[in-house]
Structures are given as structure tokens and as C-alpha cells.
Design a protein around this ligand. Sequence first.
Ligand code: MTE
Length: 335
Amino acid sequence: MLIHLGGPSCRESEVTPESIYFRRRDLLRAGAGLALGAIAARAHAGAPSYEADGRAAAVPPWLQARLGSVRWQAVVAENESITPFGDASGYNNFYEFGPDKDDPARHAGKMKTEPWSVVVDGEVGRPGRFAFEDLLPRRGLEERIYRLRCVEAWSMVIPWLGFPLAELIKRFEPLSSARYVRFETLLAPQDMPGVRSSFSLIDWPYVEGLRIDEAMHPLTFLAVGMYGRELPNQNGAPLRLVVPWKYGFKSIKSIVRISLERDQPRTSWQSIAPSEYGFYANVNPEVSHPRWSQAKERRLPSGLFSPDIRETRLFNGYESEVADLYRGMDLRRDY
Ligand code: MTE
């Protein structure tokens, strides 16, 4: 999503087509349908499934212990398939590791994710530095199958493992003065070729933000895994945000700081190109990017000769869940 003149930077030829598939990890199947949260999710019998990754090393003890209690929710339509793991973990944006879609998978393995801690500060009653393991919910994890729509006009469907951001924020006792949440990614130049590059336009670290009511919305998710396994580094290990009704760049990866703030934080993409990337970044087919339309998207995997082109939906198809957050707002002005 760097500033490429002439349109979105993803090319058909960068995507390896793969057959669609289908067997859910037994552990997750055992947890399927156990409980539903407050949101209008559709956990249905014929839900999409995915191939088990099969690598024992991908399920470390902390995750293994929580898989037995996974609660499952599909928040996609019945006729949508889950994107193959190979595409979701091989075609990425993580500019700390370079601008090309395969750079994160090639370079992010060097990032050290253990030990990991997150600083929580700002307008909270209980600030501090917390070990990753202490941030995990005691009641186990949820699996959420969400669409991910990139501002570059490609999309995927990904089964995340994690927990609602609201649960975590409540534990730190937000003050009434907290109106926004600011997130920061790890900055480790020695392991991050994109950060060291003199061509990078980003003023590191990568920063994102949400309004407090967006952050507390039940769809807003912190992922610690995907496809029934630990998050690959290129997807934002060990802890990333997933905000399914917003363009993918809001879903900040490898979070090391969460700050509750009085004022709207300035995000990385706003700083680079404020006329192209707004604070809200809600998926909206009616509001074009200045250099390309957002009316349609290319669902991955998608071959060169038969691209899977779909109509983009307002709020990425989550309108009934989130439209109330924006009542009375001009979505063209607050893009
Ligand atoms: N987070 C950080 N720290 N750095 C990034 O470059 N890219 C964003 C977002 N989070 C990015 C990031 C963009 S543009 C997208 S589309 C999604 O991550 C992509 O997530 P994925 O690679 O897991 O599909």
C-alpha cells in the first residue's frame, strides 16, 4: 500500500492459485458451535472449513492449552470459502520487512517474538508493561472467520484465533477521558529490512488508532493465531489487531504498545498521504481512493485468466453490526 503511482500494487501474477480445500482441525471442530457471543454471528453447520497446517511446532503449549476451549463464530456468508493458508501467509503487507508481497514471509522469521510484552498506558487506571501470556484471556480463545479487505482492492477470508479487544481494555480500567486508542508496532531495525531501507516513506514505528467505541465493539478482535495455529510472524505475531469492517491497514501487526488517549492519534498512513488514507478507513464502495475505485475487489486466490472479482460491500459486509457507530457522520468527509 505504499504510494505506487498508477494504482494498487497487487498484481495477478503475484498470487499463486491454489485449490480450495477443507478439513478443519479436529480440536476446533470439537469447539464449534459451543457458544455464541453478543454479536449477530452465523455459526452454521455447513460452515467453511480449512486444512490443518499439520506442523506440531505451530501449536506451542500456551496455544494448545487454550484450543480445547475455543468458541467458534463465522462472520462471513455461507457461500464464501476460507482463503488457503498458503495465500494468507505468503501474500502480505508488513512494510517493516519490505514493500513486496513476499517480503514479509521471506524476512519476518528473524523477528523475535519471545519474550514479548506490551506497554499499556495513557488514560487507564492500571497502566504497566504486561507479558504476552498475561494478556491472554483466562476463559480461552475464540475463532472468528472474517473477511479482510485491503485498500488495494484485494480480499481474503481468514479464520483468526484470539479474543475481543474490549475484554483487554476493560482489564486496564479505562478512564472516562479515554476517547481514542493508539497502537504501536515493534521497532527492531536490525531484523527489519523495510525499516532500514532509505526508500521507506513511513516514519516508524507503524502507528494505528481507533475511536474508543470502535475499539470496544464486539467485532474488534486481537488475534494471536490463525488457521488453528500460532500467528506466523508475517501475519503479525504474536498479537495483532483485526477490524473487519475497515481497510486492512487499520489491522496493525506485532503490537507492543496500546495507549488510551484524549485526542485522535495521527496514524502512519495519514502522515504519509492524508488525502488518500483517512483515520476511519471504513470499507466503502461509494468512496473511491483518489487513484482507484473501491467498488469491486479481487478475492484471493484468484488466477490471472479467471480473477474472482466481487462487489465490495459497505463496511465490508458488516453494516448491520457497525453502521450505528457512524450515524450522522459524512462518510465521504470522514473517510
Ligand atoms: N501492520 C504493520 N505493523 N505494518 C504493516 O505494514 N500493513 C497493513 C496491516 N497491518 C501493516 C500492518 C496492511 S496494508 C494490511 S492490508 C494488513 O496488515 C495485511 O495483513 P495480512 O498480511 O495478515 O493479510
